[in-house]
Design a binder for this molecule. Structure first.
Ligand code: ATP
Length: 270
C-alpha cells in the first residue's frame, strides 16, 4: 500500500530556474525549508526553532508542487509526496498508519522533504466537509500533528503541505508548531506569465514573429499549468501544419483552444 500511495523521488529534477514568477515565494521557501535542512546545527546552536511546517496555498496549477520539488532538488533531499485524499481511508487506523509510514520512510531517506498535497482533505473545518466530521479523518490529522511534534529530533526532515482551499482549513492546523509558515502562491502577473511562457518554449523552435510580451498580456488569469499547455498546443498546431518553427498564429489558435477547453482560463479570479 505504501508504494502505491506515495510518490518517492531520490532528488527531483525541478530547479528554481524552471519556475516563472514567484520570486518572493522562492525566497520564503528557501528560508523556511532549505536553511533548516542545510544548517540544522546552526539552528540548534543559535537556539532558534525553524518553522515546523510550511503551507503553500493558492489556485490549482500555480507551481506549489514545483516549489516543493525544487527545494528537495536544491538540498539533495528525497522528495516524498502524498495526496491528502489518499490519507482518507476506509478502515479505522489506516490513515494514521499511512502517516506513520510516511514519516518512517522519510527518516530512512533523510534528508527528506515530505509534500502533502490537498491537505484540506484531512484538515477541513468540520462544517465545510462531510469527511472532516469523520472521527477517522480527525485521527489521521492528529497523527500528522503528533509526528510533526517529534520534529526536534528530526533535523533533516521538512514538511510542506499545499491546498487550493485555504478558506476551508481548520485553523487549528495553523497554530505555532504546526503549519506555522504560510506562503501564498497566486496566479502569475504579467511578468510571471511572460517568464513562464519563456521557460516552456525554451526548447521549442520559435519564429521571430512570436511576441511573448503580447501573449503575456492576452493570458491574464491563466495559471502556470495553463500557460504550459498553451505552449504545447501551439507546438501541436505547428506540427499539424508540418512546420518546424512555431508562429504567433499557432499561439493565437492555441489560445482559442485552451479557452474553449476551460472557460475559467482568462477569467481573473475575484
Ligand atoms: P495543484 O494545486 O493542482 O496541485 P500546483 O500549484 O501544485 O497545482 P504544479 O503541479 O506545481 O501546480 O504545476 C503544474 C505544471 O504547471 C508544472 O509542471 C509546470 O509545467 C506548470 N507550472 C505551474 N506553475 C508554474 C510556474 N510558476 N512556472 C513554470 N511552470 C509552471
Amino acid at each position: 500500500a505504501r508504494a502505491q500511495a506515495m510518490e518517492v523521488t531520490a532528488s527531483p529534477e525541478v530547479t528554481y530556474d524552471d519556475i516563472g514568477g514567484l520570486e518572493e515565494q522562492i525566497v520564503e521557501v528557501r528560508e523556511a525549508v532549505e536553511e533548516p535542512l542545510i544548517n540544522a546545527e546552526q539552528f540548534v546552536d543559535v537556539g532558534v526553532e525553524p518553522p515546523s511546517g510550511v503551507l503553500l496555498h493558492g489556485p490549482p496549477g500555480t507551481g506549489k508542487t514545483m516549489l516543493a520539488k525544487a527545494v528537495a532538488n536544491q538540498t539533495d533531499a528525497t522528495f516524498i509526496k502524498m495526496a491528502g485524499s489518499e490519507l482518507v481511508q476506509k478502515f479505522i487506523g489506516e490513515g494514521a498508519r499511512l502517516v506513520r509510514d510516511l514519516f518512517e520512510l522519510a527518516s530512512e531517506r533523510e534528508p527528506a522533504v515530505i509534500f502533502i498535497d490537498e491537505i484540506d482533505a484531512i484538515a477541513a473545518k468540520r462544517t465545510e466537509s462531510k469527511t472532516s466530521g469523520d472521527a477517522e479523518v480527525q485521527r489521521t490529522m492528529m497523527q500528522l500533528l503528533s509526528e510533526m511534534d517529534g520534529f526536534e529530533d528530526r533535523g533533516e526532515i521538512r514538511i510542506i503541505a499545499a491546498t487550493n482551499r485555504f478558506d476551508m482549513l481548520d485553523r487549528a492546523i495553523l497554530r505555532p508548531g504546526r503549519f506555522d509558515r504560510l506562503i501564498e502562491v497566486p496566479h502569475p502577473d504579467w511578468d510571471g506569465r511572460k517568464k513562464i511562457l519563456e521557460i516552456h518554449t525554451q526548447e521549442m523552435t520559435i519564429h521571430d514573429d512570436v511576441d511573448m510580451a503580447m501573449l503575456a498580456g492576452e493570458t491574464e488569469g491563466f495559471s502556470g499549468a495553463e500557460l504550459a499547455s498553451l505552449a504545447t498546443e501551439a507546438g501541436m498546431f505547428a506540427i499539424r501544419d508540418e512546420r518546424t518553427a512555431v508562429r504567433m498564429a499557432d499561439f493565437e489558435d492555441a489560445l482559442e483552444k485552451v479557452r474553449e477547453e476551460d472557460d475559467t482560463a482568462g477569467t481573473p479570479i475575484a
